[in-house]
Design a protein around this ligand. Structure first.
Ligand SMILES: [Zn+2]
Length: 118
């Protein structure tokens, strides 16, 4: 059986080595080892990489949606606050885990020293 695509496995929150075990132990905490294949995930560290991408993408989505709403509907400011503040939170939290998984999988794919299996 062929190995799964590590990037897709990482984005799905699965082990980039086997695609079966969980990559995360909690919402964003990386598991120590894969429970399916025993791969050591403790050295994986994505740093601030996922947050940077999420900030840029969420900022683009929310800022342009808010500008579009303002220029087309002209709602009062409280409507903007009620819509766009929760939307920012939802978009950021929704994107953070897949992006962190993708960054960890990219370390695995490129055999980065922090993620290398000894
Ligand atoms: Zn695994």
């Amino acid at each position: 059986m062929s190995k799964p695509n590590p990037l897709l496995s990482g984005m799905a929150g699965r082990c980039p080595n086997c695609g079966e075990g969980h990559l995360f132990d909690g919402f964003l905490k990386v598991a120590q080892t894969c429970e399916a294949c025993g791969y050591d995930l403790s050295k994986a560290d994505s740093g601030d990489g996922p947050a940077v991408f999420v900030i840029m993408i969420a900022g683009f989505i929310v800022a342009f949606a808010a500008l579009f709403t303002e220029f087309t509907i002209h709602p009062p400011i409280w409507v903007h606050l009620v819509i766009w503040l929760p939307m920012t939170l939802v978009v950021c939290l929704g994107l953070l885990r897949p992006f962190k998984g993708a960054m960890l999988a990219a370390q695995f794919m490129n055999k980065a020293s922090e993620a290398r299996h000894d």
